[in-house]
Design a protein. Structure first.
Length: 325
């Protein structure tokens, strides 16, 4: 039985990846942080009905001793480093924490693996945010990076270190440069989920408007379930390489609002307000990925369209709010 260790298993991608690996017959170990709200830890795993099928080990990406202990105890064949302070907007408020977790945290786990389990295959969750101030209208593995937030700077450091560990020590280490991916398990602070949650509240008469920031930013949005499949495929190859994972289509926040409100029979222009307080100190205006390499080498293609994603998320949020009378 193949053993996988997932950091960030309680997040959106960690939960879907755990589900995928369980379907494939893996033993799945997840790293979890101690929380004072222990009753809600693992909520996404519970939602997917797999909480009791994964082994949760306590640890923190910033504490290398905990990583060494967990790797030593579980001897993983594959390690997926998904843990991060992943909210771009928060990274300006907590730049040091973001650098420590999202940047140095990746080196902690690479270093722990190098010392005690160098044969394990390693996946690093790199991000399209690293492209930042766009140098080319369509971004692929050769497009130069230009980080625009403390989060992107930290991810760029982790990305470079992963490549460096591969080249220096011959470790099987891959970076997936994933563009935005969403689902009903997306954190409520991210714009798509904030919108679908807002639509649900308005539809059920629990709110009368939704306040957003920049409606003109464009993102290449896919579905998280499709994207975790690409992570797994990267670690099944003969050679470790980096891959862009994207749909090749870009839409604005305004477009996503229209799709989500329309699905609930509402007109977005009646309910969406904007506030300068939600604008970022530096914005990433446009992301549009070229996943040709992932398509040709991994045989990966996204399945879900943005319309389907918006529909699934709105339905899930209406169901959630309806069950909380
Ligand atoms: P989430 O924010 O949903 O999940 C982040 C996870 O990291 C949570 O499980 C969180 O645990 C954990 N975590 C945070 N800090 C620590 C720490 N110090 N030690 C251990 N675990 C920690 O992110 P997503 O699932 O959306 O994304 C997964 C990864 O992919 C992230 O690295 C993200 O930056 C990256 N990424 C995401 C994209 C997207 O569109 N979703 C696109 C490109 C990259 P807890 O539950 O305790 O907070
Ligand atoms: P992003 O996702 O920063 O791309 O990072 P987010 O959904 O937070 O923002 C997308 C765009 O929407 C604009 N926006 C708003 N964003 C939020 N959160 N809230 C608002 O009210 C709002 N109004 C407009 C933002 O300015 C931005 O342009 C996500 C994360 O998952 C990262 O971890 C990951 O690396 C990247 O995607 C790829």
């Amino acid at each position: 039985m193949t053993t996988a260790l997932i950091t960030g298993i309680t997040g959106q991608d960690g939960a879907y990846l755990a589900q995928l690996l369980l379907e494939k017959g893996y033993r799945v170990i997840g790293l979890i942080r101690r929380s004072a709200s222990s009753d809600v830890v693992g909520e996404r795993l519970r939602w997917l009905g797999i909480l009791d099928r994964v082994e949760l080990k306590d640890g923190d990406l910033t504490d290398i001793s905990s990583l060494i202990r967990v790797i030593h105890e579980t001897q993983p064949d594959e390690v997926y480093n998904l843990a991060a302070q992943s909210f771009v907007a928060a990274s300006w408020h907590q730049p040091l924490l973001t650098g420590t977790v999202t940047g140095l945290g990746a080196v902690n786990i690479l270093e722990a693996l190098r010392i005690i389990r160098p044969q394990a295959r390693f996946y690093q969750a790199s991000s399209s945010e690293m492209y930042g101030l766009i140098q080319e209208p369509v971004q692929n593995e050769r497009t130069p990076f230009y980080a625009r937030s403390p989060y992107a700077c930290a991810k760029l450091f982790a990305h470079s270190m992963t490549v460096n560990y591969r080249e220096s020590f011959g470790m099987f280490a891959c970076c997936g440069i994933l563009f935005n991916h969403e689902s009903p398990l997306r954190g409520i602070e991210f714009v798509t989920r904030k919108i679908t949650d807002g639509v649900a509240r308005i539809k059920l008469g629990r709110a009368d408007h939704l306040t957003l920031g920049n409606l003109e930013a464009r993102r290449d949005w896919g579905h998280a379930k499709d994207y975790v499949r690409a992570m797994w495929l990267m670690l099944q190859q003969d050679v470790a390489e980096d891959y862009v994972v994207a749909t090749g289509k870009t839409s604005s926040i305004r477009d996503f609002c229209r799709l989500a409100f329309e699905h609930a029979g509402l007109d977005a222009t009646e309910f969406v307000r904007t506030s300068p307080s939600l604008l970022r100190p530096a914005e990433v205006d446009l992301l549009l990925g070229d996943a040709s390499k992932a398509k040709s080498k991994l045989g990966w293609t996204p399945v879900k369209s943005l319309q389907e994603i918006a529909t699934e998320m709105v339905d899930a949020d209406i169901a959630r709010h309806s069950s909380r009378q």
